[in-house]
Design a protein around this ligand. Structure first.
Ligand SMILES: CC(C)[C@H](C(=O)O)[C@@H](O)C(=O)O
Ligand code: SF4
Length: 476
């Protein structure tokens, strides 16, 4: 194999080379073959219309997979079995994807399907996401799947059409960055804190359209859930791809899932996947080092994910016009501890932090405690499977006893397209990935945090450090 004989290559180089159908030239991008195309109701309707308008078929329905997540209600159906859609448009989006998938023979996780969930949760969960695959979706956080050593990236609606029609996409090879998390994470600090610390360090455009490989002791020590959280948030550093080389943690996690190879084919796949790592001496356009051993639980205080700081710090003094504007919007007073900031709502969910381990983390903090009166806390599992697993462990009882709401799976308040939103002026501590103005509702002030920090903030009614809760539980 050329991989063995030629110069050292990065994981990214290997993934890229395996999928190039036509090489990139000065005039034209490379043509990349796509192994898995995930679709959801928001970015697919227009692409299907173009396809239909030209009388084209979906080229590989067997490599295309749909789910419903963004516009779906998180409250259950009424007595007549009707789902409480927020708007007629939301229902139309859902109905359109159902129709398009039926027409083109694409498998869809419809409402009521026990496997349905957020696109970036169900792909891995079903084992559709695998090391070495090229995975695209008309969704920016497709980088999440890179946690498995896949080449996964978000594409636009036009490209969704291209992939439906040709199973290929045009791409220029981006520059590469290796982000090394040095040292082991301190107790009470997790993947979300790593992501926010990295983004604070390199900036919301520090990744500049690049492919990031995450490496180092703290990354190797992460669970698959943690790696997904990290790769998910590569996008918030401006990158398009985030990835972690697959290892034993990856293989064990994938083994036996619905769509992973079985028997002899599994062994063959494993042998191949083990090749998917960066060779010693491979070069990157940039190398970044993050001091993992000194990361503290993180929150954001501005309207861009790089405006992040340790939760036990105080609001910084704005310097630039943009920072002044952000500070005015967020109503954070410079020099005041973040723990002075009152919280109205808490959202635990999204493709960043809605997996079982995230819910366990939040439940660890909430168990036997009450959400501060007046605070609304929403816990939204990432998928039906996560919901079932959490209920099997009675985590929902912990949330309900604390006074939080336990909802049906979906994107929910991450983007508020389904009607789950905050009210103007409210401060929401959210485990999602974007704190953009108005994303969680008009005038809503979003503070990004880990599930533990969000849960602690729900209990205390102000931004709170989760460590006392976590340490108390661990030593109990
Ligand atoms: C709706 C969709 C296109 C969008 C995205 O691409 O990321 C959404 O998922 C988001 O998180 O903002
Ligand atoms: S959970 Fe949020 S970030 Fe993830 S796909 Fe849905 S809207 Fe996008």
């Amino acid at each position: 194999m050329s991989e063995l004989s030629s110069s050292p290559k990065s994981l990214f180089d290997k993934l890229w080379e395996r999928h190039v159908v036509v090489e990139e030239t000065v005039e034209a991008p490379a043509v990349l073959y796509i192994d898995l195309h995930l679709i959801h109701e928001v970015t697919s309707p227009q692409a299907f219309s173009v396809l239909d308008g030209r009388g084209l078929k979906v080229r590989r329905p067997d490599k295309t997979f749909g789910t419903l997540d963004h516009s779906t209600p998180t409250l259950p159906a009424n007595a007549k079995g009707e789902l409480p859609y927020a708007t007629p448009e939301a229902k139309t989006q859902v109905d359109t994807l159902i129709r398009n998938c039926e027409k083109h023979g694409v498998e869809l996780l419809n409402m009521g399907d026990p496997r349905r969930g957020i696109v970036h949760v169900i792909g891995p969960e079903l084992g559709l996401t695998q090391p070495g695959k090229t995975i695209v979706c008309g969704d920016s956080h497709t980088s999440t799947h890179g946690a498995f050593g896949a080449l996964a990236f978000g594409i636009g609606t036009t490209e969704v059409g291209h992939v439906l029609a040709t199973q290929c996409v045009l791409q220029r090879k981006p520059k590469s960055i290796r982000v090394n998390f040095d040292g082991a994470l301190p107790e009470g600090v997790g993947a979300k804190d790593m992501a926010l610390a990295m983004i604070a360090q390199i900036g919301a455009d520090g990744g500049q359209g690049c492919a990031i490989e995450f490496a180092g002791e703290a990354v190797r020590d992460l669970s698959m859930d943690g790696r997904m959280t990290l790769c998910n948030m590569s996008i918030e550093a401006g990158a398009r791809f985030g990835m972690v080389a697959p290892d034993q943690t990856t293989f064990e996690w994938l083994h036996g899932r619905d769509y992973t190879p079985k028997g002899l084919a599994w062994n063959e796949a494993l042998a191949d996947w083990m090749e998917l790592k960066t060779d010693l001496g491979a070069s990157f356009d940039w190398e970044v080092h993050v001091d993992a051993a000194n990361i503290r639980p993180m929150i954001t205080f501005g309207v861009s994910p790089d405006a992040a700081a340790p939760v036990d710090d105080m609001a910084p003094t704005p310097q630039t016009d943009a920072e002044h504007h952000a500070a005015d919007y967020m109503q954070f007073t410079a020099g005041k501890p973040f723990s002075d900031v009152a919280v109205n709502r808490v959202f635990i969910g999204s493709c960043t932090n809605s997996r079982l381990s995230d819910l366990r983390e939040a439940a660890l903090v909430m168990r036997g405690r009450k959400v501060k009166p007046g605070v609304i806390a929403l816990v939204v599992p990432g998928s039906e499977a996560v919901k079932r697993a959490a209920e099997a462990e009675k985590l929902h009882e912990v949330f309900l006893a604390a006074g939080a709401e336990w909802r049906e799976p979906g994107c929910s308040m991450c983007i508020a397209m389904n009607g789950d939103s905050g009210k103007p002026g409210e401060l929401v501590v959210s485990t999602s990935n974007r704190n953009f103005i108005g994303r969680q509702g008009k005038g809503v002030r979003t503070v990004l945090a880990s599930p533990a920090t969000a849960a602690a903030s729900a209990i205390e009614g102000h931004i709170a450090d989760p460590r006392p809760y976590l340490f108390a539980r661990e030593s109990a």
